[in-house]
Design a protein. Structure first.
Length: 159
């Protein structure tokens, strides 16, 4: 019975098929939260639209938001730098440095952002055996945490 309710919850939320936990530093997280950053750039990424619960790294150390990402664009670094400069002038040089040594990378459009009451790293480690990923991890690897996070989204959408 409970499993059926969980499946119905997932369907009613209309979320992407694949869900990950994505690590972000506090600065980029704040830019996304404020609507200043509309594209996430990554060296490697999944080549499909995904939903991502966001783990904000030190000193915050919390999962505190959900982002729906559109289809990633795999492009040459010069194209990614040009996109970044066009959207946020002055960011190209740091992006060039981030992609140093690579020929290509990903530009991932941010479709929606939902913040919710945070889950601390202490709670995540103790209750869900969670270890923060360097970049991202598939949420399906931790079914207990997956259920708890989808419940957070449901609660937020009902507010």
């Amino acid at each position: 019975m409970k499993e059926n309710m969980y499946e119905q919850l997932l369907l009613s939320l209309d979320l992407p098929q694949r869900t990950i936990i994505l690590s972000l530093q506090p600065g980029p997280y704040e830019e996304i939260r404020k609507g200043q950053k509309k594209i996430e750039f990554r060296r490697r990424f999944i080549n499909e639209p995904v939903g991502a619960f966001i783990y904000v790294s030190s000193p915050i150390k919390q999962i505190k938001a959900y982002i729906e990402f559109g289809k990633p664009e795999h492009e040459e670094i010069s194209t990614l730098v040009s996109i970044s400069e066009k959207m946020n002038p002055g960011t190209g040089e740091s992006l060039q440095e981030y992609f140093k040594g690579l020929n290509s990378g990903y530009a991932i459009p941010i479709l929606s952002f939902t913040e919710f009451a945070p889950l601390s790293l202490e709670l995540l480690k103790g209750g869900y055996q969670f270890t923060p990923p360097q970049s991202y991890m598939n949420l399906s690897a931790n079914p207990l945490l997956e259920k708890a996070l989808f419940q957070k989204i449901k609660e937020q959408k009902l507010k």
